[in-house]
Design a protein around this ligand. Structure first.
Ligand code: SF4
Length: 388
């Protein structure tokens, strides 16, 4: 059996996904280190290596704002393999806002390796356990189908592994038992607030009946005009602003090294109706606007006030029959279909970077088509919320 660093991280995020990927060849780094442990071949890797007389360090570069538990596990695995090889080395994780040295955690890693071995020796894969790791996972549709058949509690947004175990112990074994439950009892078993427990009960009802269940009346601005806005971003700080207004899609491309003209054009465009709301989904789009407002030293209070986050509105006002409240899932339930359903936000990010290098118009066409669909999906969602 071979366990490499990527497989170990996948196992940490989802046992089932790791089970399916156990025979694949995974990503490696610039520096690879191998060792055997209990008849298992381990492969660890680092992105950089410092090896001079004073200093010996292995470095993992991770594009994350802070060090996450999964990075610590990954680094601890690298340290474990180095120890097996009898080569002591400092392990450092570089993240976007700094650097962290990782202490060896050999006991944890040996426990994880044993648990991976046990899991992989099972004849069938572990049951799905939904988390943020499901985003973009190729097994997602299958996992939803399997869990739906068994009416599994993990289908409910807000129920992770820990809460599921608690609720199972308390006798809530399927979606129906939660949708019929008194929220006060759910709150007392799980230790969550009554309001959250109430949402969980509605969420279970929405899934088991495949219906939209109102929570509270959405509070949307009243206006004769409106804009629907969505941003794509590449790793190289290249931004695509997409905006749908009066039935027409418009786009603006802002490169962090050359953004001022397009930023001005964007501001001019949205100033046609200076008080019209600009609908978007989740915080990222508004943060990007704030970033460019700061870069241009402009007073942004009035501009930022126009942005209405439909994600926040949906979460406050509606329980939907979805496991995750991504725009794809939410607008998908309302019947919206993306022209290319296999193209996701991550693909747009990679494609933008590719376009920056090649200026290939077919790449840009695909990104624009995807971004336009996101903007139109926002409009569909906003209309549904207004109808409630
Ligand atoms: S969809 Fe989620 S639960 Fe299913 S395998 Fe992927 S990560 Fe695991």
């Amino acid at each position: 059996m071979i366990i490499d660093q990527a497989l170990l991280t996948t196992f940490y995020l989802c046992h089932r996904k790791a089970y399916f990927s156990k025979d694949e060849i995974h990503q490696t780094g610039n520096f690879n280190f191998e060792a055997d442990y209990n008849q298992i071949h381990l492969v660890a890797f680092a992105d950089e290596m410092i090896d001079d007389e004073k200093n010996k360090a292995l470095i993992l570069n991770r594009r994350s704002k802070s060090v996450r538990e999964r990075h610590i596990i990954e680094a601890a695995f690298l340290s474990f393999v180095m120890n097996l090889r009898g080569e002591r080395s400092k392990i450092v994780v570089n993240f976007l806002n700094g650097q962290k040295s990782i202490e060896p955690r050999d006991e944890l890693i040996s426990m994880m390796i044993n648990s991976i071995k046990e899991s992989f020796e099972e004849p069938s894969p572990p049951a799905p356990s939904f988390s943020y790791a499901c985003k973009g996972c190729p097994f997602y549709t299958d996992c939803i189908e399997i869990s739906s058949k068994s009416q599994d509690l993990s289908l409910i947004n807000g129920i992770g592994e820990k809460r599921k175990k608690t609720l199972l112990k308390a006798g809530f074994t399927d979606l129906k038992s939660i949708s019929n439950a008194d929220p006060a009892i759910i709150a007392s078993y799980t230790g969550i607030e009554f309001k959250e427990a109430k949402t969980i009960v509605k969420q279970a009802t929405a899934i088991s009946k495949f219906q939209l269940i109102p929570i509270e009346k959405p509070n949307l601005p009243k206006s004769d005009h409106e804009y629907f806005f969505d941003v794509e971003k590449s790793d190289e700080e290249l931004y695509l602003f997409g905006i749908f207004h009066e039935g027409i899609y418009h786009s603006f491309i802002l490169d962090i090294d050359d953004w001022e003209d397009q930023w001005k054009a964007f501001l001019e465009f949205i100033s046609k109706y200076p008080h019209a709301p600009i609908y978007h989904y989740d915080r990222f789009d508004r943060d990007v606007i704030q970033k460019f407002a700061d870069l241009s030293d402009m007073e942004s209070k009035e501009l930022v006030k126009r942005f209405v986050d439909l994600y926040a509105v949906v979460r406050r006002s509606l329980a939907m029959p979805v496991r995750f409240y991504s725009l794809k899932d939410v607008a998908g339930i309302l019947g919206f279909k993306w022209k290319n359903p296999n193209f996701k936000g991550y693909d747009a990010m990679i494609a933008l970077g590719e376009w920056k290098k090649t200026k290939d118009q077919s790449i840009m066409k695909e990104i624009l088509e995807y971004n336009e669909d996101d903007c139109v999906a926002l409009k569909i969602l906003k209309e549904k919320l207004s109808d409630l």
